[in-house]
Design a binder for this molecule. Structure first.
Ligand code: GLN
Length: 454
């Protein structure tokens, strides 16, 4: 814990931590020492973590990297972080992210962009997003692991951009209670770690059946670490042909082929599969996620939390709402609220929102059929490129940024577990990741496949 606190002090240039809590960390570390001495060694005992700014932490600022939550200190602790503290973990501080987890480059954070510790020459690169602070902090040894959340790829894409491991569990495996909501039917929290084994241990500590989250599934949490045998003989790995995009960089294609070879060498059978509705996933996601976000973000009204605009003479409650929301939300969040409100409006609900929901069902069915055919896991690239430069995409058409999620959003739409594993470096020396997608509730098996790729 002390080494991490010192490392954090020397790494302000990365801008990964938006709040540092060394006093809490040292106190928790002492308590962990005492537990160890007493012969009680829970899974995460004494492990110093960074926590994404999306998790409510009692008495510690929780802003979802948004000005609208300026000064908000929750009166309660999220279930996931409480589970981690109960398992002996230590909180070093809160980690930056894209505002309300909307973005793929950590450039929409009210705290300014986070920098990737990997660089090419002197060019500053994005750590990805939205869990960019978490990824940067783990990759730069500013914590031993971090929490992330993933609505459309926000754990897996930043993990790939920084050379670390990130897993999004099956929807319902981890409680969403006390996690600031973006798109409730897609959001899941998960660990971002230096190794697959760490991910298995930390996921076990984060997961629980939680009556406070009605979508938390009543399914026992197995010992994920025990599943890491490295034996995948006879397993069937699906390679979906729809993920072979036109214009995919040769390096990503090669990485994918290398991953296929590694799994085959370990005794798995490689099967060409089709997931025919893949090409509709991105448009469906960018209807459903903003629709849910526009509803979830209605609660930031200047009354209940954080920021309230200064009002002029004659301003009433409508002006208060309008001014507060115009000042408090950044441009990407405002864009999502507008898209979401539009697709849910009376005249367009059927054409957009309902159609997107039907497409979502078809995407899920594609996966169900593949698994019914005996496929154990599906291997794809995690991202269409390695980390890009800060500022490079932020000013462009927002849809360019959305294309980053092309390989990851299908997994959230289908509620499946997905993991990103670092597998190689590109010609510039930057990390690249592969994604494995698993059967629902089979995170142990999924982690074991990732263990072979690591
Ligand atoms: N990049 C995607 C988005 O902007 C996914 C974000 C996420 O998973 N939280 O919506």
């Amino acid at each position: 814990t002390e080494a991490c606190i010192a490392a954090i002090e020397g790494a302000d240039a990365l801008n990964a931590y938006c709040a540092k809590t060394p006093e809490i960390a040292l106190e928790q570390a002492k308590a962990a020492d005492a537990r160890l001495k007493a012969g009680d060694a829970p899974a995460m005992c004494g492990i110093p973590l960074g926590i994404k700014d999306l998790f409510a932490t009692k008495g510690v600022g929780t802003q979802a990297a948004s000005n609208i939550l300026a000064g908000f200190k929750p009166e309660y602790e999220s279930t996931v972080t409480q589970n981690l503290w109960d398992a002996g973990a230590v909180m070093l501080g809160k980690l930056s992210m894209d505002e309300f987890a909307m973005g793929s480059s950590n450039e929409t954070a009210c705290y300014g962009p986070v920098v990737n510790p990997w660089k090419v020459d002197d060019r500053k690169l994005t750590p990805g997003g939205s869990s960019g602070g978490s990824a940067s902090a783990v990759a730069a040894d500013l914590c031993l692991a971090a929490t992330g959340t993933d609505t459309g790829g926000s754990i897996r894409q930043p993990a790939a951009f920084t050379g670390i491991v990130g897993i999004k569990p099956t929807y319902g495996r981890v409680s969403r209670w006390g996690v600031v909501a973006f798109a409730s039917s897609l959001d899941q929290a998960g660990p971002m770690t230096k190794s697959v084994r760490d991910a298995a241990i930390m996921l076990g500590a984060m997961a629980s059946v939680d009556p406070k989250d009605s979508t938390s599934a009543d399914i026992p949490v197995p010992d994920f670490e025990a599943a890491l045998t490295g034996d995948i003989r006879g397993k069937k790995i699906g390679i979906p042909r729809e993920y072979r995009l036109d214009g995919m960089p040769a390096e990503i294609e090669k990485l994918w082929n290398d991953g296929i070879a590694m799994l085959r060498d370990a005794g798995a059978e490689i099967v060409d599969i089709s997931l025919p509705h893949t090409k509709y996933a991105l448009p469906a996601y960018y209807v459903i996620a903003p629709a849910e976000a526009s509803s979830n973000l209605a609660r930031y009204d200047g009354v209940r939390y954080g920021h309230r605009a200064k009002l002029g003479k004659g301003d009433g409650i409508t002006e208060m709402y309008e001014k507060t929301r115009a000042e408090g939300f950044g441009p990407e969040v405002q864009r999502r609220v507008m898209i979401g409100t539009y697709v849910l409006s009376a005249g367009f609900y059927d054409a957009y929102y309902n159609r997107a929901r039907r497409v979502r069902a078809l995407i899920k069915r594609d996966f169900d059929l593949a698994f019914a055919d005996g496929i154990d896991a599906i291997l794809t690239p995690a991202t269409p490129s390695s980390a890009f430069g800060l500022g490079e995409m932020a000013s462009a058409d927002p849809v360019e940024m959305y294309l980053n999620d092309v390989f990851t959003v299908t997994v959230n739409l289908a509620g499946l577990p997905g993991i990103s594993v670092p597998v190689g470096l590109d010609a510039k020396g930057l990390p690249m990741g592969l994604q494995l997608i698993g059967r629902p509730w089979a995170e142990g098996d999924l982690l074991n496949h990732a263990y072979v790729l690591e």
